[in-house]
Design a protein around this ligand. Structure first.
Ligand SMILES: Cc1cc2nc3c(=O)[nH]c(=O)nc-3n(C[C@H](O)[C@H](O)[C@H](O)COP(=O)(O)OP(=O)(O)OC[C@H]3O[C@@H](n4cnc5c(N)ncnc54)[C@H](O)[C@@H]3O)c2cc1C
Length: 397
């Protein structure tokens, strides 16, 4: 950890929501309850992309939230976390729509040329353009350095060959940022030699395959990609390179944590409502001490996760650099999403058999929580980042 970061870390030992952030929290909480909650079960059940929810987010102008004012954003990671938390509390998939827009936005903001930023960021910020991000291949997920997709230089651009899996949003997206090995470093071990290419929808040889049938995150499709001699013009090689983008993703990890916090809070909301209604042994289930203590523990864990996520977001907003933020952001992602899984599991337990029935919403919280522990770097990988920091080693891939 560099000296400068220690200063920022010391200064930002807590956070306080300012007026703008409270306004965003209030607005999204209201919209989530009034216009999103009623759709959540149906989106999960049908596994259909929720175009109506995308239109709602667009109408509210939320796509640019964490990004600089020049793109119409609030420039606040904490505000973005608040929005994800409130949507995630009622509907995992609607919150996901924001995040899948923010991943390519963040990558281009960090690593794009000025021309690429001018061409793509305004559209992503307004919702007129949609993007996706693809590194994962059949033989390599966590170990990005193992990708086999290759790009070779040709006159005026590059030819890409390879195949990807689990590319979320790809059958909706106008373009996909595709990671491919390219250049002198491509044959060497490690992630050096990887570049990102902007592959536009409809490019000959570029095919999006059939969507995965998932247990969670069902409303936003994840698909395989096939690239057969795909030509990408010179101006679609992402200027800043792969490492810059990966470092920038450290700063966005609190966003995944925020989805965990929202999911956990939503699971508590459902559990509280149920145990107050349900009766056993002549009394309300909520009166049993064993149940009350479970609810207390679920609330303690969620509040702890919330504080960790908000603090990590406040550090981003205070200017700690993405690379330096890595361990704190990893802690926020790992703890909040493990908490989401634990709390959702306990919430299902409190429903008894009703928790297993598709009639109640709580089972989708359980299924969606599992996804959060795996995406954007599994929680084992987050623990590696934290352990490397504790032990004073360079963060590993
Ligand atoms: C719903 C969903 C959406 C996704 N969307 C995208 C997307 O849009 N774009 C994209 O590129 N990818 C996407 N992915 C893929 C995701 O990024 C990978 O699944 C993830 O990185 C893990 O890779 P893997 O599944 O190949 O697991 P593996 O890397 O094969 O890991 C298997 C197990 O080994 C553990 N493991 C691996 N390495 C280590 C280590 N060094 N130390 C300890 N444990 C380790 C893992 O934590 C895991 O438990 C998505 C996945 C899902 C489920």
């Amino acid at each position: 950890m560099k000296e400068g970061t220690k200063e920022v870390m010391k200064e930002v030992t807590s956070y306080a929501l300012n007026d703008d952030q409270r306004q965003i929290q209030d607005l999204v909480r209201r919209v989530a309850r009034e216009r999103v909650a009623a759709r959540a079960d149906e989106i999960d059940r049908s596994a259909e992309y929720p175009h109506d929810m995308f239109a709602l987010l667009k109408e509210l102008g939320l796509f640019s939230l964490p990004f600089p004012e020049q793109y119409g954003g609030a420039g606040s990671m904490l505000s973005a976390c608040l929005a994800l938390e409130e949507f995630g509390r009622v509907c995992y998939n609607t919150a996901y729509l924001l995040l899948v827009q923010w991943v390519p936005f963040g990558a281009i903001l960090a690593g794009g040329t000025e021309e690429q930023k001018a061409r793509l960021l305004p559209g992503l910020a307004s919702g007129d353009l949609r993007g996706a991000f693809s590194t994962t291949e059949a033989q390599s997920g966590s170990d990005v350095s193992g990708i086999r997709t290759r790009a070779v230089k040709v006159d005026g651009g590059y030819r890409i060959n390879g195949a990807k899996i689990w590319c979320t949003n790809s059958d909706i997206a106008d373009f996909v940022l595709v990671a491919a090995k390219y250049g002198d470093e491509a044959g060497k071990p490690g992630s050096s030699g990887i570049s990102l290419f902007i592959v536009e929808k409809g490019t000959p040889g570029f095919v999006v395959g059939r969507k995965e049938d998932k247990i969670g995150a069902r409303g936003v499709p994840s698909c395989p990609l096939f690239l057969d001699d795909v030509f990408v013009p010179d101006h679609n090689l992402l200027g800043g390179g792969f490492k810059v983008v990966m470092e920038a993703f450290n700063a966005s990890r609190p966003l995944i944590g925020a989805r965990g916090v929202g999911l956990a809070q939503g699971a508590i909301d459902h559990a509280v409502e149920y145990v107050k209604e349900r009766k056993a042994f002549g009394q309300q289930v909520s009166d049993f001490q064993g149940v009350r203590w479970m609810l207390a523990d679920m609330t303690i864990q969620t509040e702890a996760a919330r504080n960790l996520v908000y603090r990590a977001a406040a550090l981003v907003d205070a200017g700690a650099s993405p690379a330096e933020l890595a361990p704190m952001a990893a802690m926020a992602k790992c703890f909040a999403t493990d908490t989401a899984m634990k709390v959702a599991t306990d919430a299902v337990q409190l429903f008894g058999a009703a928790g297993i029935s598709a009639e109640y919403s709580i089972n989708r919280y359980f299924r969606d929580a599992k996804v959060l522990q795996i995406i954007e770097g599994t929680n084992q990988i987050q623990r590696n980042i934290i352990a490397n920091s504790v032990l004073g080693r360079q963060a590993r891939k």
